[in-house]
Design a protein around this ligand. Structure first.
Ligand code: 3SL
Length: 241
């Protein structure tokens, strides 16, 4: 297995596709997606465009769908939900499809949607994603951070490092053998330094600070938890996990 980490969708190569690609948006899109599926959601369908989301979801009855829209950290007016994983309780999501559009996370997923296997990862479901990698042993794996509007996100790279760190620990591979690019080595170093203080790391991150200004302290606490959900969001058809 060779692992490559790309900090943003913009830094991700466009001239090839890997066997397995993983989108990461710890704050908060991929955390929300994992939470919805773990809570019994039927599926998660991602859109970059809000109008397209409204048009496609119109074909589902309102009992079978939930529309989630986030821009700039806030809920889009008229949508059922914003992008807080804390709103995605079994009572709310069970048996329903989540149609979701967020600022960066859905773009990262769309950027990798042609890979043979497409996953969504966050700290909350890190172990399930690592388990998949260990079982399937894909030759090439890309982890793509969502970043924020094209720039680096500390928390996404730390989560990519958490995945890489766990693969190294559970295989005979050294960091050097696993790493396809230098980003893997630096992501493992970042995670190793902060693994016992992930909430503090989220408080240092620029998007963490943006969410704190929106009173999302509890969201940061939830998103900083590692391996709490045994769920593997994996693409079933294009754009649907
Ligand atoms: O950018 C995104 O995709 C979102 O996850 C951002 S937020 O955490 O909902 O503000």
């Amino acid at each position: 297995m060779k692992l490559f980490i790309f900090h943003t969708p913009e830094l991700t190569p466009t001239d090839k596709v890997p066997e397995c690609a993983i989108a990461v948006d710890v704050l908060r899109a991929t955390t929300t997606m994992a939470t919805v599926l773990a809570a019994g959601g039927e599926a998660v369908q991602v859109f970059s465009d809000l109008d397209q989301l409204l048009a496609v979801s119109e074909k589902w009855s309102s009992e079978k769908r939930l529309r989630a829209g986030e821009r700039g950290g806030s809920k889009v007016p008229g949508f059922d939900l914003g992008n807080s994983p804390l709103d995605c309780t079994p009572e709310v999501v069970q048996g329903r499809r989540l149609f979701i559009s967020t600022t960066n996370g859905t773009r990262a997923l769309q950027r990798i949607q042609d890979a043979k296997a497409v996953l969504a990862a966050a700290f909350v479901n890190r172990a399930a994603v690592v388990q998949y990698l260990l079982e399937k042993q894909p030759e090439t794996v890309w982890i793509v951070g969502s970043g924020w509007e094209g720039s680096f996100s500390l928390e996404d790279t730390a989560c990519a490092g958490a995945i890489a760190h766990s693969v190294v620990q559970q295989t005979k591979l050294s960091q050097d053998e696993l790493a396809g690019n230098d980003e893997v080595i630096s992501a493992i170093a970042l995670y190793s330094q902060w693994q016992d203080n992930l909430l503090q790391l989220l408080h240092l991150a620029s998007h963490g600070k943006r969410l704190l200004r929106l009173n999302c302290d509890e969201d940061l606490k939830y998103c900083s938890q590692t391996d709490i959900l045994d769920v593997l969001p994996i693409q079933q058809e294009q754009g649907v996990l």
